[in-house]
Write a protein that binds this ligand. Structure first.
Ligand code: SAH
Length: 471
């Protein structure tokens, strides 16, 4: 982070703008929303600026800025649409002790103005350190659509009610009160009765919450998808945002854990395929322990929780303890991997079924119906298949699979470091050994990557996650 975002108190402080054209106007439109005292220096100001001065919204000095004009100013904008003039006034303003912004000059600026979503007093500031203004605008557009226009009114009513809400014990009770207010009760009251209905609705909600029904713990088994936070479900995001405790596997990426509520307890019960692990019984015990205390627990599993996730053991532990649970589906590695190579898991005329196999199980390498799989056109997504590759290869060839059957290994599908290894059954080993993959990898038996050119034309927002070099 080269720039640290803060919210600066500007009420009653001087903000100076040098310039009277388009650049100055763009800044002034934002600055006029603040309670700062704005002074504009411009020999030839645009008519709007003169109008604002007329309406006493700012002070206009009809000359270029000079020495001492930025004294006592909190902020100074060099916005003259003229690089040389900007450099001159910025130098003067710095000497006067103001923080200086030069329009379209990142290096010359001591601060930058973010893209802003304004639901006063709720303000969202978006910055990309000058790297991608287009992206900042896209995010702003997205948030503008998502944040209800009435959010500011709700927040103001909430702020005035903070004292009253202290009747609730600090911590979860108070948090849930405010969550219920902003998620449901507030918007409902606003749409039904307007601003006047807000205070009575807050009183009613508080009365309801003060009548203490003991909190019941709950566990949500949530599929975290292959790793890219963009591939989480909306429900997964919402649950992460509300969780008291998040218990996660090794496959869950840091970027996804970032989405958990800041105060949430994060417990890593990571297991490596053949390496050290938290015993399953200990995981079961942990989940039950937290939920029994009334916590909202998110049990976060890579991909989909129902695919090679030992979900049933954990559910049985909850059932034995009488704890309620829900299952939230996620995108499984097989779906992410075929998407990366532009293929379908099933295809008319090729394969009407697809197998999800595990390369190893608790007893060692897993046995399957090899003869059925060896038939032409069959497709299988093999999880945990890296170490079992030589075994799989041997079994399949022995049962008559064609040596040139395509096999594609996708490492880190839909996460950082994605790599694709396209080979054939005959070449699977040594190709896999030579590639020395160290991330999670899915073996797609019977599928080859579709032509690379078509894949590169994906409309997926390229600024957010560029396609990794897959080939
Ligand atoms: N529940 C998970 C699978 C857990 S088993 C799911 O639905 O995806 C763990 C195996 O899943 C790994 O050994 C690997 O084979 C596969 N896997 C998980 N995430 C992956 C990813 N991002 N890319 C490739 N393979 C992945």
């Amino acid at each position: 982070m080269k720039h640290f975002p803060i919210f600066l108190a500007v009420e009653g402080r001087r903000i100076v703008v040098s310039g009277g054209g388009a650049a100055a106007m763009a800044k002034l439109r934002l600055l006029l929303k603040t309670r700062g005292h704005i002074t504009v220096f411009a020999a030839d100001p645009a008519p709007e600026i003169a109008d604002w001065a007329e309406a006493a919204r700012l002070r206009l000095v009809r000359r270029a800025a000079g020495p001492g004009d930025a004294l006592c100013a909190a902020l100074f904008y060099a916005a003259n649409d003229d690089a040389a003039e900007d450099a001159r006034v910025a130098r003067l303003a710095r000497a006067d002790g103001a923080l200086v912004n030069m329009v379209d000059n990142l290096d010359g600026s001591q601060f930058i103005t973010p893209a802003i979503v304004d639901r006063d007093p709720v303000t969202v500031a978006i910055g990309t350190e000058g790297a991608a203004p287009v992206l900042a605008r896209a995010i702003k557009r997205d948030l503008e659509a998502r944040l209800p226009v009435g959010l500011g009114v709700l927040a103001r009513a909430g702020k005035a009610f903070r004292r009253a809400a202290e009747a609730l014990p600090m911590g979860r009770a108070r948090r849930e009160f405010w969550a219920a207010w902003y998620d449901r009760a507030g918007p409902r009251a606003l749409s039904q009765g307007g601003a006047a209905a807000l205070r009575p609705a807050l009183d009613a909600l508080l009365a309801d919450r003060l009548d203490p029904a003991p909190a019941a713990g709950h566990v949500a088994f949530v599929g975290a998808g292959p790793g890219d936070p963009e591939l989480l479900t909306l429900r997964a995001r919402r649950l992460l945002d509300a969780a008291d405790v998040v218990i996660h596997d090794r496959l869950v990426t840091p970027a996804i854990l970032e989405l958990a509520r800041r105060e949430a307890e994060i417990v890593d019960v990571g297991k490596t395929g053949f390496g050290p692990s938290t015993p399953q019984a200990e995981i079961d015990r942990l989940i039950v322990h937290h939920a029994a205390q009334g916590a909202q627990v998110v049990r976060l599993k890579g991909g989909d929780a129902t695919v090679f996730g030992r979900l049933d053991e954990e559910i049985e532990a909850l059932e034995a303890a009488g704890i309620a649970y829900t299952i939230v589906p996620g995108i499984t590695a097989a779906s992410a991997a075929v998407a990366s190579i532009g293929q379908s898991l099933t295809r008319r005329g090729r394969n009407a079924s697809v197998r999800l196999l595990t390369g190893h199980d608790m007893q060692g390498f897993a046995d399957h119906d090899w003869a059925a799989l060896a038939r032409p056109g069959e497709v299988a997504a093999i999880y945990m298949g890296k170490r079992a590759a030589r075994f799989l290869q041997g079994r399949l060839l022995m049962h008559g699979a064609a040596p040139d059957t395509p096999v594609t290994v996708v490492e880190n599908a839909a996460r950082d470091g994605e790599r694709v290894l396209a080979t054939t059954l005959a070449r699977l080993e040594p190709a896999l050994g030579e590639a020395a993959l160290d991330g999670p990898a899915l073996v797609l038996f019977g599928l080859a990557p579709r032509g690379a050119a078509a894949l590169r034309d994906t409309p997926a927002a390229p600024e957010i996650r560029p396609l990794k070099e897959a080939y």
